[in-house]
Design a protein around this ligand. Structure first.
Ligand code: ZN
Length: 339
């Protein structure tokens, strides 16, 4: 069995759909034209993954402006028009965020139409990504709950309702994105894992959590440059995730200072290792990818390894991202020779 492949979630949007190389782009169209363009972009995103040979594909997040806001702004209790600047991810950078003004309720499905459409484009494994409770809490301004834990469990309820519909629509993998887990270790232990488990309780498909060092944007690149030679964030987080009910954990490995021995701390979880750096435009060779997989094999049995990207590729240039998809799949095949 060759190593399985997937991507963290997002792919670049075409310039005719949205401003390129932005994490919070402006749409080029509106109304029915926008939906049609998003669907065309989804066809390309899934087609490019299939052409490269990626096993578990995503819709490339072509139907949402941003991986957190695209979900948060569609919930009741969130005022998307009341946008305020705040420091996020431990004040690593400032972001303009929507405001929680009342009780969080899922008033209608959020990504269901996108999943139903993506499902028609592939008979293979389909993954959907949704922001996790802690990352949602960390990407809104709260004027209603007064406590991060209470707000997190309110988001977890909304996620659970959404996930039930997406599983019924045929997704194979549900991944919650929790970059905030890499910042607030005490809160991950105190309530982050419980909120994650609450959001994914009774889910019948494969579940995953993605914990990363963020997109390759300047604020993150500068942050990483100050983390020293041995990034120990996962040493705090992985033992906690090991205690959760989630099936898979998706982490960054390629081109980073993540010490690979932290993989030993993932308990019995399957680990989607990042073998593609999203903070560099240099396209890894298949040999580079196979080398990163070989590193992970020192600490994980083959059956618990999935090969992925370090994070989403939304802000990258399209041709770079597509080239990286090919290296990911070819490198995973190369590493599989002799298995
Ligand atoms: Zn990420």
């Amino acid at each position: 069995m060759p190593f399985r492949t997937t991507i963290a979630g997002s792919l670049p949007k075409p310039a005719w759909l949205a401003e390129p190389e932005r994490i919070f782009p402006t749409w080029r169209l509106e109304g029915a034209d926008l939906i049609e363009a998003q669907r065309d972009a989804t066809r390309i995103a899934i087609g490019e993954q299939q052409r490269a040979g990626i096993d578990t594909v995503t819709d490339g997040e072509q139907g949402r402006k941003h991986f957190v806001h695209g979900f948060a702004e569609r919930l009741g209790g969130v005022d998307a028009a009341k946008r305020q600047k705040r420091g996020i991810r431990g004040d690593r950078y400032e972001a303009v965020c929507p405001t929680v003004t009342g009780e969080i309720r899922r008033v209608a499905p959020v990504h269901l139409d996108e999943v139903r459409f993506a499902r028609t484009l592939t008979a293979g494994q389909l993954k959907i990504t949704i922001p996790g409770p802690m990352t949602l809490v960390d990407t809104v301004v709260d004027e209603a709950y007064g406590g991060r834990r209470e707000l997190a469990f309110a988001f977890a309820r909304a996620i659970r309702e959404e996930v039930a519909d997406l599983v019924a629509a045929g997704v194979d993998v549900v991944q919650l994105d929790e970059p905030a887990f890499n910042v607030y270790f005490d809160e991950v232990a105190a309530w982050g894992i419980d909120a994650l488990d609450a959001a994914l309780s009774e889910v019948t498909c494969t579940t995953a959590v993605h914990v990363c060092y963020g997109y390759g944007i300047p604020a993150n690149v500068a942050w990483k440059a100050n983390l020293g030679e041995r990034w120990d964030q996962y040493a705090h987080v992985l033992p906690l995730i090991a205690q959760s009910g989630v099936d898979q954990v998706s982490i960054e490995l390629a081109g980073s200072h993540v010490p690979p021995d932290v993989l030993l701390l993932a308990g019995t979880k399957t680990v989607a290792i990042g073998v593609i750096d999203v903070a560099s435009d240099r396209v890894e060779t298949p040999d580079d990818v196979a080398g990163t997989i070989a590193l992970a094999r020192r600490y994980l049995p083959d059956e618990r390894i999935v090969c992925s990207t370090n994070c989403g590729m939304a802000p990258m240039r399209r041709e770079v991202a597509y080239a990286k998809l090919h290296s990911l799949a070819e490198g995973a095949l190369l590493a599989s020779v002799g298995l």
